[in-house]
Each structure stands twice: as C-alpha cells, then as structure tokens.
Design a protein around this ligand. Structure first.
Ligand SMILES: NC(=O)c1ccc[n+]([C@@H]2O[C@H](COP(=O)([O-])OP(=O)(O)OC[C@H]3O[C@@H](n4cnc5c(N)ncnc54)[C@H](OP(=O)(O)O)[C@@H]3O)[C@@H](O)[C@H]2O)c1
Length: 333
C-alpha cells in the first residue's frame, strides 16, 4: 500500500511551486546495478515517492527512465506529479545542452524538472576510479568557466528543456561570487548534509537567497564506495544520541536522520533499493515527529565530518581535499 502523498511535507521553491520535502537517490555507489536501482525507482513511485534524484554519471538513467515510463503508463502517477532531477557531469561543462538532451532521451522525458551542475569543477575522473586517481588536466575553480556552464543551463530553461536549474557541491565563497552574475537563479543547492555534517553556514546562506537545500548522503552513506572512506569518518547511524532517539521512537537510526532532515528544512534524498527501507524512509516523515528537544540534541552532534571529500577532482599543485571546499573562507585557486 502506498503512502498518501498528500501527507508528505512539501517545500516551496522561489517560484512559489511546492515540491516534496523528501526524494529518492539513485546513485548505486558502485554496489547496486542499474536495473536494481531502476526497480527501486518503480517500487518507490508505487510507495508514494514523487521526487527522484538522477544524474548522468550514475550510469542508470536509461533503466530509471524505463521504470518511470512504466509507472506513468500503468497510471500509478501522472508525469506532472513527478519531480525529476538530473545533473551535468564534469566532462560536459562545455556541452550542457547536449548532455541534458541525452539525459532527457535516457529518462524518456520532454523536460527535466531540475538540472544541476554536479560539481563546480570541469575535472573529469572515470566512474568507479580509485581514490588516488588524478587527472593531469584538472583545474581549480574558475568563475569564468563556471559561468560559461551556467549560461548554458540558463539556455536550457529558455529552450523549455529544464524547468529549474541548480548547483551542487558549492561553498559560500563560490556562491558569493557567482550568484550576482546569474540571470536565472539556482532553485536548489545539492549539498552533503547529515547529522555529523550539517553545513549550517552554507545551509543558511542558501535559504537566505531563496535556494532550497537538497541534502545528499542523508543517512551518512553507509554503502559509499571505498574511495570515499577514511578512518576518521563518523557513522551517523551509530552516534549515541541518534541511537538513543531511535530507541525512543522504536525505529532504525537511519529514519531519525531523515526525520531530522525534513524537520530542519533540507530535502533529503536517501538511497535504497530495499523495499522495506525506502518505504519506511518515506513513511517516517509523515508521522511521529521529533520533539524540539530531540532536534536540539541532533543539532549538537555536528562533527564537521565531510564524507564525500572529492579528492579525485584535485588539480596539480593543490594541497589536500580541503582545497575543494574553500575552508579558509576564500576560493582556493
Ligand atoms: N550531488 C552530489 O554530488 C551527490 C553526491 C552523493 C550522493 N548524491 C545523491 O544522494 C543520494 C543519497 O546519498 P547516498 O546514496 O550516498 O547515501 P545515503 O542515502 O545516506 O545512504 C544510503 C544507504 O543507507 C542505507 N539505508 C537506507 N535506508 C535505510 C533504512 N531505512 N534503514 C537502514 N539503512 C538504510 C542503505 O544501506 P545498504 O545498502 O547497506 O542497505 C543505503 O544504501 C544518492 O543516491 C544520490 O542520488 C549526490
């Protein structure tokens, strides 16, 4: 039995349009195959999900597109009730329109609801590559280059190929520089966000500029690829505070991370191919909310623990992965 979509909280974009306050991720983390992810998309739409977070680099848009088509043809959902996102990969920054058209073909859609620039660097690395892999052509952030990519995104809106455009993996210093240059503002910012990594400053900056934060790795990405793991990483679902609250609500700690995300205001996009997991991930935000005290307690567990460090995008001469994230408050070039 599906969850009544009317009970799923909503977020309002700058245009006034409402979209679901939670969605389904589709990155199989090199662990789950394209068809497995597509089957989950089909099942999740049946369960009541209406927002699906896709990307060309996840290498499953063709299968995901077939799953969406099937759900629409069977009358489970109308196309216009769905909010589908996709993203331009780092090697396509000069070919955004072609890249979006390819995703539209694969997803079997006429228009994408939200199209993201996946990373603000034009630095390619092969899907599934080792964490130590570097591309010698990689470059630091360039406002001029980024805006060239953004202009093509704006064109997508003009052409009716994208309803909204968005940015991902940005920092406050980068946003400060590019936002005044945008003709069409980003509707959303996809950013890593989970209890041990809340990015409060970036979150506040986005909200103040009417940019909806979309939180990736909302459960702390327990199945993330090897290249994205270090010994210092914290597991959100094992934090004593989260475990305690989960016990009190008689749910899995993963579910507490999602309740917190939706009540705080970002749109979490949890991934799962397992029916009981993705169903409970949606259902949990329609019932039994966290108390104010529990919300405060979770606010206190932030450990500034970034999981997706992005080191494969570093350029020659760069220091550590921190250089991608402008930790000194200025753009690292
Ligand atoms: N913009 C970007 O650069 C970017 C980067 C990363 C991710 N993303 C997006 O964000 C999405 C989510 O991130 P993610 O997939 O890395 O991490 P995540 O959603 O935090 O974690 C997913 C994992 O959590 C476990 N899980 C899910 N629901 C559960 C439940 N109810 N109970 C127990 N365990 C549960 C599953 O582990 P098992 O598989 O072990 O069951 C699942 O594989 C991605 O799929 C992708 O769409 C975007």
């Amino acid at each position: 039995m599906g969850i009544c979509t009317e009970n799923v909280p909503k977020r309002r974009l700058y245009s006034g349009e409402e979209i679901p306050a939670i969605g389904l991720g589709t990155f199989g983390s090199d662990k789950y195959g394209a068809q497995q992810v597509a089957d989950a998309v089909y099942g999740a739409i049946g369960a009541g999900y209406r927002l699906i977070d896709c990307a060309a680099v996840y290498q499953n848009e063709e299968q995901v597109g077939a799953a969406i088509k099937r759900a629409v043809e069977e009358g489970t959902v109308k196309r216009e009730e769905l909010f589908i996102t996709s993203k331009v990969w780092n090697d396509q920054h000069e070919h955004v329109i072609e890249s979006c058209k390819k995703s539209l073909r694969d997803l079997q859609l006429d228009v994408i609801d939200l199209y993201f620039v996946h990373w603000p660097f034009p630095n390619y690395h092969a899907p599934g590559c080792d964490g130590n892999a570097r591309n010698k052509d990689s470059r630091p952030f360039s406002t001029e280059e980024f805006m060239r990519t953004w202009r093509q995104c704006e064109q997508l809106v003009d052409m009716g190929l994208a309803r909204y455009i968005g940015m991902s993996n940005m920092t406050v210093p980068k946003l400060k520089e590019v936002l005044p240059l945008c003709r069409i503002q980003p509707a959303a910012l996809e950013m890593e966000c989970h209890p041990s990594f809340q990015q409060q400053e970036l979150y506040d900056y986005a909200v103040a500029h009417q940019i909806q934060p979309v939180g990736y790795c909302p459960i702390g990405s327990p199945s993330r690829p090897e290249r994205d793991r270090t010994e210092q990483d914290v597991a959100d679902t094992q934090l004593p505070e989260i475990v305690e609250i989960a016990k009190a609500h008689k749910v899995h700690p993963a579910v507490i991370c999602l309740k917190w995300a939706v009540q705080r205001g970002q749109i979490p996009i949890p991934f799962s191919v397992k029916e009981p997991q993705y169903t409970s991930n949606l259902k949990c935000v329609t019932e039994d909310p966290l108390t104010e005290e529990e919300m405060r307690l979770i606010q206190g567990v932030d450990k500034n623990c970034r999981l997706i460090k992005g080191q494969v995008f570093l350029w020659e001469g760069a220091g550590g992965w921190e250089d991608l994230w402008d930790v000194e408050g200025v753009i690292t070039r």
